[in-house]
Design a protein around this ligand. Structure first.
Ligand SMILES: Nc1ncnc2c1ncn2[C@@H]1O[C@H](COP(=O)(O)OP(=O)(O)OP(=O)(O)O)[C@@H](O)[C@H]1O
Length: 122
């Protein structure tokens, strides 16, 4: 019983982290809006299971990276509230990680949706 309570508590802390990121990070709102749009388009095009699988992984990784970026930003602000070159590197590298995977996800989306879009207009 105690184990269950501990597990539920850890889920609720994780949920608090998700809500915090969504409320405080503009980029997270943008990622969520794009993810919703992509899922609706995928549903309309009737993507295969494999295509859904790839798209959901891309969405999951982008959202998770944005949350890791937010966590790193907050830790950096906590330990280095003043300007510091290492704080800059930590924040820039974390933001870069999100950017790299967001670009890769856009390419993945283009590769998956392009044939469906061409089939629709031809
Ligand atoms: N303590 C610091 N020392 C050095 N440079 C910093 C510091 N804090 C922020 N920076 C620089 O300013 C940039 C913006 O930092 P900020 O904390 O405003 O994050 P952000 O890029 O606005 O993130 P987001 O928009 O995702 O919240 C960082 O990427 C970094 O280059």
């Amino acid at each position: 019983m105690k184990e269950w309570k501990r597990l539920l508590k850890s889920f609720s802390f994780a949920w608090e982290g998700i809500v915090f990121t969504f409320k405080n990070e503009k980029n997270m709102k943008i990622h969520c809006a794009v993810a919703l749009f992509v899922c609706m388009t995928a549903w309309l095009f009737g993507l295969s299971k494999t295509e859904w699988f790839i798209i959901l992984i891309a969405i999951g990784v982008v959202l998770s990276l944005e949350m890791m970026n937010t966590a790193i930003e907050r830790v950096v602000d906590f330990v280095a509230p003043e300007f510091h070159p290492l704080a800059k590197i930590a924040k820039d590298v974390a933001a870069g990680a999100v950017f790299v995977f967001a670009i890769i996800s856009a390419i993945i989306g283009a590769i998956i949706f392009f044939p469906h879009f061409m089939a629709l207009i031809s």
